[in-house]
Design a protein around this ligand. Structure first.
Ligand code: SF4
Length: 247
């Protein structure tokens, strides 16, 4: 690597670090700040030996990724505990298992930070970075957090496929497209599991999925076969986008 590219790589890493720190320090949403704080109580610490991150959870993954996975928000006892998206909960078990089987990581599990997990060609984040009560952020919280998603995406220059896990993530991404004047109205696009959405003047393809939550899996709404089919679609779209980019 030449000196110039090393300087660029160093600046990129610095920008990523800065954004990570800015997100982790955000306290814009009073209700969520208060809710986060409940996980810092000694009682909660006692129940879970490692303690809780209990701050906004920034995205994680390969800065050169072509696939972006967007979830809804940190799980109370998953990402909100470990500080890494989808790490340490049921949805993460399903997601990271699928990512491993389809060539996006070196490990099939994500249980804690510093577990040696390395993501390849994928970056994972949430539409809302703070754990919400009952997994339900309100409208103003979703709007407030959109800017962090936008900033994360600004640093991810190679994204070709966006996998939105759940309707909220789907709508958050559409809101960004609307803010960027790519689409006129988000309401025109209907959420459908496995649906793929292309937009004029936009190279990134949106893929919609049911959230990989325990509820969706246990009720049979989302099956193993559906997850496999989804990632086959994602890999096919990535392969096609590679071909479209030319030699
Ligand atoms: S939800 Fe987003 S905008 Fe609101 S406090 Fe958390 S990080 Fe900040």
């Amino acid at each position: 690597m030449g000196l110039k590219s090393r300087v660029v790589a160093c600046n990129q890493a610095g920008a990523e670090r800065l954004l990570f720190e800015q997100i982790a320090a955000c306290d814009s949403c009073e209700r969520l700040v208060d809710f986060r704080a409940t996980f810092e109580s000694p009682d909660t610490r006692q129940a879970h030996v490692d303690g809780y991150w209990a701050k906004p959870v920034p995205g994680f993954g390969d800065a050169s990724a072509r696939l972006l996975v967007i979830g809804l928000a940190p799980g109370a006892h998953g990402a909100n505990r470990t500080g890494r998206p989808f790490t340490g909960d049921y949805a993460g078990k399903v997601l990271y298992g699928a990512l491993y089987r389809h060539g996006f990581s070196n490990r099939s599990e994500s249980t804690r930070p510093n577990d040696g997990l390395k993501l390849k060609d994928v970056y994972i984040t949430n539409a809302v970075k703070c754990v919400p009560p009952a997994n339900r952020p309100n409208g103003s919280e979703k709007r407030a957090c959109l800017d962090w998603l936008r900033k994360e995406m600004t640093q991810l220059h190679r994204i070709r496929v966006v996998l939105a896990m759940g309707r909220d993530a789907f709508e958050a991404y559409l809101c960004l497209l609307k803010a960027n004047d790519v689409i006129e109205t988000a309401g025109r696009y209907r959420f459908a599991h496995g649906g793929t959405y292309r937009f004029d003047g936009e190279s990134r393809i949106l893929v919609a999925s049911y959230h990989f939550s325990r509820y969706n899996v246990y009720t049979g709404r989302l099956t193993e076969q559906m997850v496999e089919a989804l990632f086959l679609t994602v890999n096919r779209l990535l392969a096609d986008s590679g071909r479209n980019r030319g030699p």
